[in-house]
Write a protein that binds this ligand. Sequence first.
Ligand code: 4NP
Length: 160
Amino acid sequence: MATPSVLFVCLGNICRSPTAEAIFRQQLEQAGLEDKILVDSAGTGDWHIGSAPDSRAQSAALKRGYNMKNLRARQVSVDDFARFTYIVAMDFSNRDNLLSLASTSDDSAAQQKISLMLSHHGETSLQEVPDPYYGGDNGFDQVIDLLEIACAGLLTHIRD
Ligand code: 4NP
């Protein structure tokens, strides 16, 4: 089977999806799977292309043991549907944007690759990872709480 690959997607690629990438990478390392599953993140928007993650996201992540200072934002493209096996959206708006992009892909399985991040969580009534960009610092901690569990659920799903 081809190497599984995961692309986490949010709006700006500077808060939620790079945090998901950093958490998932660490879980892969802890499981000894860092060479077996590819990980990346991207944004549906183009405003922050080339930027490091938001400083509030970085400091909240660092306090929990995740270093993401070397990540740089990029925009999702239609080629990502050929490159990745799992494309994971943080909220409904990201998912809707991905579904429209998928409809322009040559890959007939493109739409089926898309899931919502919190569909892998299993213990929350939330369906979307809240966007912390315009909120207070504790929004970033809540994002990490949600992503740690959802990333673990996604990893279990891929391993199964
Ligand atoms: P993210 O958060 O989608 O989790 O990276 C945002 C980052 C930037 C903006 C919105 C959300 N923005 O409007 O620039």
